[in-house]
Design a protein around this ligand. Structure first.
Ligand SMILES: Cc1ncc(C[n+]2csc(CCOP(=O)(O)OP(=O)(O)O)c2C)c(N)n1
Length: 277
């Protein structure tokens, strides 16, 4: 379904607010991953617009499943879950605190989180398992997994890619946050990934490349993925690490360094004026 201008404006506003919330959460925890959180904001806001969920009943059998395979971007997941009403937004301030339900990486103690992640490379395999179960049950629900591009250095991602294609898991969508930077440098220098869309195609997948900060493109590709039968779909979302904060954009230095103090103030002012298009 094409997204109208009014909806696009609403989503862009939500993305702006989510960016600010996530930076404040990470600063409050004095620990976390701003770069790879900021790169996946539009992807996550678009996904949570689309996922069939019931915040009052997190274990609703017919829900779509979501796997945050790049688990270090947990603050974005928590912000989206709170926005949907899975738990109070006030709780977001407890990120990474002792006793909090919102730890540095997703755990199933958080309402709305189906699988624990954080050790990179496992998410797509877990998504496959759920999707196979869904097929056996002839269920309508679908499974979405968000992976980092650096995460695709893990061999298990490609084992999972082969498995999903073999079992014709057209109820699986893998979204790769292709921000070109991993923990301490550019992905193409650390271990060249090349053309990820072609790689997934060669593994037997349907693959679509999108601008990962453009809601129209992301929503359109999610629609196309749902309509595509016989193969799993990979969305290669071209993004910018640290998107929206000029001094953090494209920089590995902000992968795991909280933005605090004067830098946080500057970032929040920049985000206030962000247009997202
Ligand atoms: C198995 C494993 N090895 C190492 C790490 C440490 N680690 C956390 S994030 C990260 C970089 C991931 O890069 P990418 O997937 O590109 O993430 P993004 O840029 O989207 O944040 C690494 C190596 C980990 N979490 N799991």
């Amino acid at each position: 379904m094409p997204v109208d201008e009014k909806k696009l404006a609403e989503l862009r506003k939500k993305a702006r607010e989510t960016r600010k919330t996530v930076l404040q959460m990470i600063a409050g925890a004095a620990s976390g991953h701003p770069g790879g959180s900021l790169s996946c904001i539009e992807i996550m806001v678009a996904l949570f617009e689309r996922l069939r969920l019931d915040p009052k009943n997190p274990h609703w059998k017919e829900r779509d499943r979501f796997v945050m395979s790049k688990g270090h971007a947990a603050p974005v997941l928590y912000a989206c879950l709170a926005d949907k009403g899975f738990f109070p937004k006030e709780e977001l301030k407890t990120l990474r605190k002792l006793g909090s339900r919102l730890q540095g990486h997703p755990e199933t103690t958080t309402p709305g989180v189906d699988v624990p992640t954080g050790s990179l490379g496992h998410g797509l395999s877990m998504a496959n398992g759920m999707a196979l179960a869904g097929k056996l049950d002839k269920a309508k629900w679908r499974v979405y997994a968000l992976l980092g591009d650096g995460e695709c250095d893990e061999g298990q991602v490609w084992e999972a890619a082969a498995t999903a294609a073999h079992h014709k898991l057209d109820n699986v969508v893998a979204i790769v946050d292709r921000n070109m930077v991993q923990l301490d440098g550019p992905t193409e220098e650390i271990k060249r990934l090349g053309n990820l869309a072609e790689k997934f195609r060669s593994f037997g997948w349907n693959a679509i490349e999108v601008d990962g900060h453009d809601f129209g493109q992301i929503m359109g590709a999610l629609d196309a993925a749902e309509g595509f039968k016989g193969k799993p779909t990979a969305l290669i979302a071209l993004t910018v690490k640290g998107k929206g904060v000029s001094f953090a954009e494209g920089k590995a230095a902000y992968h795991g360094k909280p933005i605090v103090g004067e830098e946080l103030e500057k970032a929040l002012i920049e985000l206030e004026g962000m247009k997202n298009d």
